[in-house]
Design a protein around this ligand. Structure first.
Ligand code: SF4
Length: 85
């Protein structure tokens, strides 16, 4: 299991945040890390329900309290957003 796959697996446990579908976004990003297909990344992110897309992140950092790997999730979301803009 790669580091990113491990992150996706761990993040599945913290999907109680309504603003962003964190596991889905990380799953999509994980696939991008493997295939580097930016058009596919953009299409899949835009397919996420509009009120759960990564640009809804308010940087409240509540998800980080639950993350077993202490991943800087809002920072990762910013990185992903920069890729899809
Ligand atoms: S920082 Fe807050 S708004 Fe952003 S993904 Fe985490 S819980 Fe959701």
């Amino acid at each position: 299991m790669s580091n990113m796959e491990q992150i996706v697996d761990n993040i599945e446990t913290i999907n109680n945040f309504e603003q962003v579908d964190i596991p889905k976004v990380f799953e999509i990003y994980n696939d991008y890390v493997i295939d580097r297909d930016k058009d596919k990344l953009k299409a899949r992110i835009s397919d996420i329900e509009i009120n759960r897309q990564p640009d809804n992140c308010t940087d409240c950092r509540k998800c980080m309290e639950k993350c077993p790997q202490s991943i800087d999730i809002p920072n990762m979301l910013s990185t992903i957003l920069a890729l899809v803009k």
